[in-house]
Design a binder for this molecule. Structure first.
Ligand SMILES: [Zn+2]
Length: 118
């Protein structure tokens, strides 16, 4: 199975407050994200390797838009969404209403290197 078979994919728009680096004006932009929500379960024919990978998979969002066009009528320049992360993992316990908590950054694979040291 491919990794994309583990997820239900859909495109979503998230209102995001961005300021233009050219004119300095801030506006709310509808930034597009591809949402990959992990499926509840795998089909019966999935192999044990598929199941192992599936267990490790997590729901996430990937940003589609790299740039937005400034909404200031006298500027209208396109600028990059530089300050904003491109991948957001969704924990299953996360509540959508909790807007103050920042989603965790995509973490590199953890090694637990310090666990056995004193
Ligand atoms: Zn601008």
């Amino acid at each position: 199975m491919r990794e994309s078979d583990f997820f239900n994919e859909s495109d979503v728009r998230k209102p995001t407050w961005l300021s233009c680096p050219f004119c300095g004006q801030s506006f709310g932009y509808e930034v597009r994200w591809r949402q990959r929500i992990k499926k509840k379960s795998l089909p019966g024919w999935a192999s044990s390797e598929d199941r192992r990978r599936f267990n490790k998979a997590r729901s996430y969002l990937v940003r589609i838009d790299d740039k937005v066009g400034c909404q200031n009528g006298r500027c209208r320049r396109r600028f990059e969404i530089a300050s904003f992360q491109t991948v957001v993992f969704l924990s299953e316990t996360e509540s959508a209403s909790d807007g103050n908590r920042k989603p965790p950054a995509p973490a590199p694979r953890r090694r637990n290197r310090n666990r056995n040291r004193r």
